[in-house]
Design a protein around this ligand. Structure first.
Ligand code: LLP
Length: 421
């Protein structure tokens, strides 16, 4: 069951609501529209897949940091994965249990590590200097820190290079040749550090579960080796990275259950707690960016649909050449001519496109056009380039009502940064 679908009448619906009607009722476009029940369903898919294992679902807040969404996930029982001091503060503010939070990153700052130590969140060790900083933070906070070693297993995730992280020359994590150095360093700091686990994250948009299995095999071997040295290490964190069906072309992709099932026996055989860090697969398909068509034009051999949304609201196509499915919210008239269009925004960059070479009926001015799967890494990567303001966000609730879950940024908000200078 998916929240956004075209009905027999040809209109796009979100949980039974006509997107066209939502568009007509809100004061500003473009806007993000989420389905709250879909967020619940996605979480439950992980939760059910994890049955029979001791586990933490650490939602990767970087994917989408809307406070209302965080609160909702937290109430469902979710933990959180944080990559900055502010994400840590936000998670705490949203009420996440610190002992279900993991602080990750290759450049964690000392002051943020102190907060993590005070609050008792898990911290991933990323490098030699990072270990030094965690030791200092533990001393300042007067608390022992539960740490995981982020090991770089060098498994190729077969994804865009910008979202591959677990390879040999990556800036993240530690290489296995250095494992002994880190184990010795932890032993030297029994009052500051408690080694509780091993972590890896291979990359993002992964669509083959064998890749997770290969990494998990390597990781449990490391865990065996670490245990022989007397460490009581009980957590395996296999990161996030499960891809989703961006193409809407009928492909069958691995589900959370496929992912968990591929590592289940390994986890049980070593009596481990499993931590997973999904971002995209929890939130991407719960949302569309809803835009309005400003006009249609042709230059040379290219047809363009110009919309009010742009790379400022949604940068993934421009940045990674990512495909996100695009469709009109209203029915295609039976006699409509279908042409090939680039769907572009108004931003002064030729990289400002949401989709290339899309087959669409020529849309009238004002028509609604959605970019699908916009829940992850879209709003959280939005900018104010060209002084476009970050858009408002809405969700459809269980009872079919629409609620605003973030105000759109305004020109006055922008001017406020200069007040009192
Ligand atoms: N854990 C760690 C350590 C990560 O670095 C990431 C994502 C995740 C978990 C969550 O991965 P997910 O399940 O969402 O794939 N901006 C890019 C994606 C960057 C991912 C960065 N790390 C995009 O728009 O595709």
């Amino acid at each position: 069951q998916h929240c956004f679908s075209k009905s027999d009448d040809g209109f796009l619906y979100c949980e039974g609501l006509k997107v066209q009607d939502v568009m007509d009722s809100v004061e500003r476009r473009p806007f993000y529209l989420y389905s709250k029940p879909q967020i619940t369903r996605n979480f439950e898919a992980y939760n059910e897949a994890l049955e029979g294992l001791r586990s933490i679902i650490g939602y990767a807040i970087k994917a989408n940091n809307n406070y209302k969404i965080l609160e909702h996930l937290r109430k469902l029982g979710c933990g959180a994965v944080l990559v900055s001091g502010n994400e840590l503060r936000l998670a705490l503010r949203a009420g996440f249990d610190p002992t279900r939070c993991i602080f990750n990153g290759n450049g964690k700052l000392l002051e943020d590590l102190v907060l993590a130590a005070q609050e008792g969140v898990f911290v991933n060790v990323d490098s030699e200097f990072d270990l030094d900083n965690i030791v200092s933070a533990a001393r300042i906070a007067g608390k022992k820190v539960n740490v995981l070693l982020r090991i770089n297993p060098d498994v190729d995730p077969q994804v865009h290079p910008y979202v591959a992280t677990g390879n040999k020359n990556s800036k993240f994590g530690i290489r296995n040749e250095k494992l002994q150095w880190f184990l010795d360093a932890v032993k030297e700091h029994p009052n500051e550090l408690k080694l509780v686990g091993a972590h890896c994250h291979l990359g993002s948009t992964i669509t083959k579960v064998d890749i997770f299995r290969d990494a998990a095999v390597l990781m449990v071997n490391y865990i065996d080796e670490i245990r022989t040295q007397g460490f009581e290490i009980n957590y395996l964190n296999i990161g996030g990275g499960l891809g989703i069906d961006y193409y809407h072309a009928g492909a069958v992709l691995p589900t959370p259950r496929d992912l968990i099932d591929t590592v289940r026996e390994l986890v049980l055989s070593r009596d481990l707690n499993l931590i997973i860090e999904p971002g995209r697969s929890l939130i991407a398909n719960t949302c569309c960016l809803v835009n309005r068509v400003t006009g249609v034009k042709t230059n040379g051999t290219k047809n363009f649909v110009v919309i009010d949304g742009s790379m400022a609201e949604l940068i993934r196509p421009s940045l990674y050449g990512a495909y996100q499915h695009i469709e009109l919210v209203s029915p295609t008239p039976p006699d409509a001519e279908i042409s090939t269009f680039d769907v572009v925004g108004p931003v002064c960059e030729s990289a400002d496109f949401l989709g290339k070479d899309r087959e669409l009926p020529t849309p009238p001015q004002g028509a609604g056009l959605v970019v699908h799967d916009a829940g992850a890494y879209c709003m959280s990567m939005a900018s104010t380039y060209n002084l476009k303001m970050r858009p408002p966000e809405y969700w459809v609730e269980e009872d079919g009502s629409v609620a605003k879950i973030r105000h759109g940024e305004t020109f006055e908000d922008h001017m406020r940064y200069f007040e009192g200078l």
